[in-house]
Design a protein around this ligand. Structure first.
Ligand SMILES: [Fe+2]
Ligand SMILES: [Fe+2]
Length: 250
């Protein structure tokens, strides 16, 4: 198991070792059948068991949902950093950056978008292809910013001379990634869907599920969601009502 996956699993785990052991056995099972078409379909699929199949595009979009929740934490942290930097726990930001790295960059971006989505869209007719190079540049820039956030939040406290540079880096990252994910949801994923036949889409839905299991064990998405919820509540951001806008002036 590589160290990043270990970080996500152990970091996310609510039950501790239980999740970790499940992840290891799932990895062994899936890597053993990765090249065997006959056993590939035997991997358990939670959604199918419940009769609720998650399509490939729905899968990608709900992953964006997790990443948007991470962006929300970054955005709220920018405000707090500027008001009272000492009130921002470095380890909470480090956890968000770690989740973004493992779930967003190493899995969603590299294993799905850069491997399956972008190459197909790039060859497809229409305007969507022209966005692919910029989206790739943004993946690269995002990784540089995540490296920076992880470096700055390593210590117990954020150094005073890093507060404003960190606030600026988070602010520009949120701005970039909000646009990035919105463009993918509305232009790139629909273009990919159009360029891919229904039968292939169904196969790829299963393939994505398999990749998720290889990366994280049984419940990669659910585990990442739990992790995000934990981080939000540790920062007092779990009450949706607090984000309801005030009434406009009369
Ligand atoms: Fe992307
Ligand atoms: Fe994406």
């Amino acid at each position: 198991m590589d160290s990043k996956r270990r970080q996500l699993i152990t970091g996310i785990s609510l039950a501790g070792a239980g999740v970790f052991i499940n992840a290891c056995s799932a990895k062994q099972a899936s890597s053993g059948s990765a090249t065997n078409e006959n056993t590939k379909n035997e991997a358990p699929k939670t959604g199918e068991e419940e009769g609720l199949e998650v399509t490939a595009t729905e899968d990608l979009m709900r992953e964006h949902g997790i990443l948007r929740r991470a962006l929300l934490v970054y955005q709220e942290s920018v405000v707090k950093l500027r008001q009272d930097a000492a009130s921002v726990p470095a380890d909470a930001l480090e956890k968000v950056a770690n989740l973004f790295r493992v779930f967003g960059e190493d899995y969603h971006e590299k294993k799905l978008e850069e491997t399956f989505i972008f190459p197909t869209v790039k060859k497809a007719p229409g305007a969507a292809a022209s966005y692919v190079d910029v989206l790739l540049q943004q993946h690269t820039r995002g990784r540089e910013i995540t490296d920076y956030v992880l470096a700055v939040t390593k210590a117990d406290r954020i150094a005073s001379n890093s507060v404003e540079p960190l606030a600026k880096a988070l602010e520009s990252f949120v701005r970039m990634y909000e646009h990035h994910a919105a463009l993918e949801d509305t232009v790139i994923f629909p273009a990919w869907k159009s360029a891919t036949g229904q039968a292939e889409l169904d196969d790829l839905g299963e393939k994505f599920e398999q990749i998720e299991q290889e990366q994280f064990g049984e419940d990669g998405y659910e585990t990442a969601l739990k992790r995000m919820e934990e981080i939000e509540s540790s920062l007092g951001l779990s009450n949706l009502g607090m984000f309801t806008a005030p009434a406009p002036p009369k």
